[in-house]
Ligand binder design. Structure first.
Ligand SMILES: *Cc1c(COP(=O)(O)O)cnc(C)c1O
Length: 424
């Protein structure tokens, strides 16, 4: 017997309090208006499909913005969440936490890093990376006012330090004074980077770290240039500068490699992970090599960070990536998606420009002189039953769960083609 039927049998008549239909107006009355939400309310999901409060079905090519690695209601997630909540879900970092150690070991054994610290989000992981780089600068490099270089159009989070690191004024407006110690450079431009470091050196403002995304996600799905990153690695080695890579969006198999930096054939000194790491359970990680592992007891902490719940689930996600060979799936489905999008682009040459990406992160750029914007296209796709997310005003982003099938890619292409045809 359902709860509703039970209540109706005890109090015949009104069961509206038990499952009153969702009303957007009520939501807007109580929740802060920090998001421009699309007008649908998602209530249920399975695999790459989600359903809204009206029972409409959508193919989910957003995946909580590159987060639901295994899609929705995956048996591994259900099992791991259930097991953790039944055994132990939270204890303090005052004690050893076996699940945390096991996740750290998996990440270290599957990356270039030697140590991990756990927190709850991408911004918090990047905040930790900034603190680690600053402590390294003060204690090892002996720099009193360390500068961290970050890129224009980057995205590193919404805390004060990470929104300062984010090279997009629209996210910083009205939040000054920002955190000092950041300096911005154009992405994929090695000449400006070298000139900037030399210029800052002359003013006795020393660069301690360079923090970049291997592929800029929010900034328009822009892959890093191989030669650019290789030269940056050399410069960092020559000058003792730390290379920090923000792997929050592209790490955990999204690009068909486990880490985005593998596409660039370099290793960072420090990197961060979050979005896909817990498959949708909040968790972030800061990882580093031994030589810059300068945190000591008391330097950095997080109440929830690394608790048995988040770590147990994240470890199950990691092991499933490996067991099910998901990187292969990401490679093949990503190629098929881009091939299909390029065919669609050929039928709308006035509107669609470049299609780019790695693995299952793809951006479709709308031409500058097309009147179409990314939100217009996303709205039209939603109306056809396909969820997509803009990456800036002119780029439509496709980031489905890593378990997406060839059939689902084909379906998404059909829905997307229909959405565009309807708009033009
Ligand atoms: C989403 C994102 C962040 C911020 O992560 P939150 O979990 O929202 O704090 C940071 N960096 C990159 C590259 C991201 O895509």
């Amino acid at each position: 017997m359902s709860l509703k039927t039970l209540i109706q049998s005890v109090f015949p008549g009104d069961a509206s309090e038990v499952d009153s239909p969702f009303k957007m107006a009520d939501f807007d009355e109580y929740v802060m208006h920090t998001y421009a939400r699309f007008p649908l309310a998602l209530e249920r999901g399975a695999g790459c499909t989600v359903w809204d409060s009206e029972g409409r079905e959508y193919l989910d090519f957003v995946a909580g913005i590159a987060t639901c690695t295994l899609g929705h209601a995956h048996p591994v997630m259900v099992e791991a969440v259930t097991r953790q909540i039944q055994t132990l879900h939270h204890v303090s970092n005052l004690y050893y936490i076996p699940a945390q150690g096991a996740l750290a070991q998996w990440l270290v054994e599957h990356s270039c890093a030697d140590r991990a610290f756990f927190c709850n989000s991408g911004a918090e992981a990047n905040e930790g990376a900034i603190k680690l780089a600053r402590k390294y600068a003060h204690t090892v490099l002996k720099i009193d006012n360390p500068i961290i270089l970050t890129a224009h159009a980057s995205f590193h989070g919404r805390t004060l330090a990470t929104v300062t690191a984010t090279g997009q004024p629209k996210y910083q407006k009205n939040f000054s004074p920002l955190v000092p110690g950041f300096h911005y450079i154009p992405y994929n431009d090695i000449a400006v980077l070298e000139a900037t470091i030399a210029e800052l050196d002359k003013d006795q403002r020393q660069v301690a770290a360079i923090m970049l995304e291997a592929l800029q996600g929010e900034g328009g799905v822009r892959p890093g240039d191989l030669a650019y990153f290789k030269r940056i690695r050399e410069i960092c080695d020559e000058k003792g500068i730390l290379l920090i890579l923000d792997e929050v969006q592209v790490g955990m198999g999204r690009t068909a490699k486990l880490w985005g930096y593998e596409n660039l054939e370099i290793e960072p000194d420090i990197f961060t992970s979050a979005k896909g790491l817990g498959g949708g359970i909040p968790i972030g990680a800061l990882l580093c090599k031994s030589f810059c592992n300068v945190f000591e007891p008391g330097d950095h902490a997080s109440t929830f960070g690394g608790n048995p719940f988040a770590c147990g689930v994240a470890l199950a996600v990691c092991k499933t990536l490996e067991r099910d060979n998901l990187l292969d799936n990401v490679y093949h489905q990503g190629r098929q998606l881009r091939r299909g999008l390029r065919m669609i682009a050929q039928t709308h040459p006035d509107h669609i420009g470049e299609i780019r990406g790695w693995g299952l992160i793809t951006g479709l750029e709308l031409k500058a002189d097309s009147p179409l914007t990314a939100p217009d296209v996303v709205k039209a796709a939603i109306a056809e039953g396909l969820l997509l997310v803009p990456a800036g005003p002119k780029v439509v982003r496709f980031v489905p769960p890593l378990i997406v099938t060839a059939d689902e890619i084909d379906q998404a292409l059909v829905l997307f083609g229909r959405a565009l045809t309807g708009l033009l």
